[in-house]
Each structure stands twice: as C-alpha cells, then as structure tokens.
Write a protein that binds this ligand. Structure first.
Ligand SMILES: Nc1ncnc2c1ncn2[C@@H]1O[C@H](COP(=O)(O)OP(=O)(O)OP(=O)(O)O)[C@@H](O)[C@H]1O
Ligand SMILES: [Mg+2]
Length: 219
C-alpha cells in the first residue's frame, strides 16, 4: 500500500525574520528521526543555477532591477529547482520541505510591489509545472519585530521600506484567507519550541503520522 505520506510537499512562508528557516530545519530533523525520507530546499536557490540567480536577486548593487525582471528571475530559479530536484524527489516518495515557494512571489512581487497577481499565478503554473505544496505553514509576525530579527547585513529585498514589508504581510494573510485548507497561519508570539509544537501537529496531520506509535504486540 502506498503510504499517505508518499511524495508530499510542504512549504514554509512568511515575512522577514518570521522563523521559516528555523521551523523548516526543526521539521527536517523531526522527520529524519522518524526515518521518513525528507529533503529540505530553499528558495531562491537550492541548486547551482538557482543559487546563481539568488545572488543576482539579493545583491544590493542591483538597484536598477525592474519588478518584472525580478519576478521572472524568481520564477526562473523556481523552474530550475522544480525540474532538477523537487519533481524527482516527490516522484521517489520523499517528503519535500521548501523554505519559500510560489506564495512568496505572490506576496512580495504581487501584493508588495504591484505586479499583477493573476499574471504571477499564470507564470507560476508554467515555472512549477503545476507542482504545488499540499500544506503551507505561514508564519505571521509583527513586521517590525520580524525585521529586527534578520541579519544586521540586509539584502536587496530586506532593505525595502517598512511600508513595503507591511504590504507583504497583508498579502500573505490574503492568500491564507483564500486557501485556508492549504495555508495554515501560525502566529509567532512564542518561543521556537512552542511554535514547533503547533507546526508538528499540522505536519503530523498532513502526513498521516499517528499521534502515538503503535503498541508493541505481545506474542
Ligand atoms: N519563535 C521564536 N522566538 C524567538 N526568536 C526566534 C523564533 N523563531 C526564530 N527566531 C530567531 O529569529 C531569527 C530569524 O529566524 P529565521 O532565520 O528562522 O527566520 P526566517 O523567516 O527564515 O528569516 P528570513 O526571512 O530572513 O529568511 C533567528 O535568529 C532565529 O533564531
Ligand atoms: Mg530564512
């Protein structure tokens, strides 16, 4: 019987400093300990070509990048990652955890920067070959608090105005409102371990991991 958790895809979303990478790493460790085949990817990046595109996107020197060019570069990075690793991994039955995915482009370039959201979705469907997460964990944090948690050395996107980042946060919440079954909003107002307890419940439910291990049967 094919397990319910074969080929499952979970994305981690949220604005700057909301704890995506922290929680994605914790879920990765958790599933590995359970001997569940799992792969952790990040966007933009994850494979050589996509990491090179990441460099272009985040370089503070690229002040003249247009919003359309920026959107397409995120999509190019995603298309490469999907074809090179994500699709084959899902096919093999690996659980794929992705630190950001298409929702990031909708929130940052769409809601944040005014790129047409429907156009992003159409290009997104092409870039991803229609591959989408079945579960998205959206970490929602006060914008200023999140930004204060990011590195002292800011990248091109982090350097944008507070107003921009507030629009991104609103965009994410709008996405969640439209797709409440897929996108679970997690308020980041507790420590990492407490947040992980909430995350773990969503992951267990999505992957069909039983709450308690099956009892050992006596002969
Ligand atoms: N629940 C939490 N409480 C307090 N600090 C946290 C919590 N979760 C993460 N942090 C800390 O906040 C900082 C940002 O976390 P993390 O890098 O996981 O966020 P992120 O969403 O991946 O950020 P970015 O958008 O920059 O990629 C890190 O120093 C991390 O240790
Ligand atoms: Mg991160």
């Amino acid at each position: 019987m094919i397990s319910k958790r074969s080929g499952q895809f979970i994305s981690f979303e949220g604005s700057e400093g909301s704890g995506k990478s922290t929680q994605a790493g914790m879920v990765h460790d958790y599933l590995k300990k359970k001997n569940i085949p799992v792969m952790l990817l990040r966007e933009p990046g994850g494979v050589k070509i996509s990491e090179a595109i990441r460099g272009l996107l985040l370089d503070v020197k690229n002040t003249d990048m247009t919003k359309e060019s920026e959107t397409l570069l995120y999509m190019a990075s995603r298309a490469q990652l999907v074809e090179e690793v994500l699709k084959p991994a899902l096919k093999k039955g690996t659980v794929v955890l992705c630190d950001r995915f298409l929702d990031s482009t909708i929130a940052y370039q769409g809601y944040g920067n005014g790129v047409n959201v429907e156009a992003i979705k159409k290009i997104g469907a092409f870039a991803t070959q229609g591959i989408a997460p079945g579960l998205t964990l959206l970490f929602d944090i006060d914008t200023e608090k999140g930004l204060s948690r990011t590195n002292a050395v800011k990248d091109r996107i982090e350097l944008r105005s507070l107003d921009y980042h507030k629009k991104v946060r609103k965009g994410y919440l709008a996405i969640a409102k439209k797709e409440p079954k897929r996108v679970r909003v997690i308020k980041v107002n507790q420590g990492k371990e407490e947040i992980f307890e909430i995350v773990r419940k969503h992951v267990d439910e999505f992957l069909g991991i039983p709450k308690y291990p099956a009892p050992i049967r006596c002969p």
